[in-house]
Design a protein around this ligand. Structure first.
Ligand code: PLP
Length: 399
């Protein structure tokens, strides 16, 4: 096997799920396993955690089909935007559609009727993300249209938060409308547009929750059965307990990583990834010699430079050049010289590091936050960027 690999601690993922479940007090839990389970490897993660989840969430219908091909039987919600021509796949693989527009809702109802098949949908309300979903101020018409559908089952209704991971003071900021509150009717008026703006343009999670709850009032007012309601991503789970409602959708938190640095609520989750490699070459470099493409690092004295068989094609960001650190034989060393596609170099100084020694790139003392800082990105991108060329090894897979 390749000496560069990713170790995935499956029992830790189970523990993370249990910690989230305990924190949301009876709400259903739908871990998001999109993007190859945030880089952890869908084929190892999904079958292992299936017994402990209520739903699976993915972004793409293709990811949902992969889950079915892995033998997953639990309900799967496809959260991202879907094209009408992809609708037959939902029937074929028994998937839950996010009805994010009137067109998609109508098309799915028509297809369900003409093929005499059932389909479950969750209505998507856009309360401030401006990605997919029907705006909260047009939601009443959308809900009425859904009530007129008799061939699809509207099982759920949800929204997605744009800033739930921000400091609680922003996540929870209550927006005070300057004028009389608008109703749900019609498209945005000038007043409505004004209302959607905070002074700095940041839509708080609290404001989004208020808008969502106003949409839900339609069901209450008309004594209609309430579909399953869900709002919270990881930031919402931690910062906005009143938004847990009927189900939560943890992504990054399920993988043991916090969605932002300012979050004060901590629960018993830990990262489950360890990225390892082994020294493939070891040499002494003389003073004045520079290392790698572009000669971006030069030895000042005789020093030992070792080569690690892992590069930016594996997801070890080229932007981390001369920033990253690795652990070899329990000691931290700096990465030096341009990170190449398939290899990078490490300065181990006077130490006797030799070919075959184990190198830790992530985990075991190196937090995802550190890689994110070195690469100038977030922890999500660090994890999802680890490429398919890196084999995943699942620890604790046999129960
Ligand atoms: C990705 C995603 C989530 C999970 O987000 P995290 O910040 O990783 O918790 C939740 N809901 C939807 C709709 C998503 O696309």
């Amino acid at each position: 096997m390749r000496p560069t690999y990713l170790e995935v601690n499956l029992p830790q993922l189970k523990q993370n799920l249990e910690a989230i479940r305990a924190h949301v007090h009876g709400a259903k839990v739908m871990p998001m396993v999109k993007a190859n389970a945030y880089g952890h490897g869908i084929e190892g993660v999904a079958p292992f955690i299936e017994p402990y989840v209520d739903y699976f969430g993915v972004a793409l219908v293709e990811e949902a089909i992969q889950l079915r091909q892995l033998g997953i039987k639990k309900p799967i919600l496809v959260a991202g935007g879907t094209l009408i021509e992809q609708l037959p796949l939902f029937f074929e693989h028994d998937l839950i559609l996010t009805a994010s527009s009137l067109d998609l809702l109508t098309a799915s109802e028509q297809l369900a009727e003409s093929t005499r098949q059932r389909l479950k949908v969750h209505l998507k309300i856009d309360t401030g993300m401006e990605r997919v979903g029907v705006h909260e101020y047009e939601a009443e018409e959308f809900i009425k249209a859904s009530l007129a559908c008799s061939h699809i089952e509207v099982e759920g209704i949800y929204t997605h938060l744009a800033n739930s991971e921000l400091a609680p003071v922003i996540a929870r900021r209550v927006f005070v409308p300057t004028r009389q509150s608008q109703t749900l009717e019609g498209i945005a008026t000038g007043e409505e547009q004004e209302r959607s703006r905070n002074d700095d343009g940041v839509v708080s999670a609290n404001l989004q929750l208020e808008r969502f709850q106003e949409v839900l009032r339609f069901y209450e007012k008309n004594s209609l059965p309430m579909p399953m309601r869900h709002v919270c991503n990881s930031g919402g789970i931690l910062n906005l307990p009143e938004a847990h409602l009927d189900m939560v959708r943890p992504g990054v938190l399920f993988y043991g990583v916090y969605p932002g640095r300012d979050i004060q609520t901590k629960i018993d989750v830990k990262p489950a990834l360890t990225w390892k490699s082994r020294v493939a070459y070891s040499k002494v470099t003389l003073p004045g010699r520079s290392v790698s493409y572009g000669s971006l690092w030069q030895a000042e004295a005789r020093t030992r430079i070792v080569t690690v068989p892992c590069g930016y094609a594996d997801g070890y960001f080229r932007r981390m050049t001369n920033q990253a650190r690795v652990i070899i034989n329990g000691k931290s060393y700096p990465q030096v010289g341009r990170i190449c596609m398939d290899q990078f170099m490490v300065n181990v100084g006077e130490d006797d590091v030799q070919v075959g020694d184990e190198v830790t790139l992530l985990g075991g003392g190196i937090a995802p936050e550190e890689l994110a800082d070195w690469a100038g990105t977030n922890e999500y991108e660090v994890m999802t960027n680890i490429s398919a060329r890196v084999p995943r090894i699942y620890i604790g897979a046999v129960q």
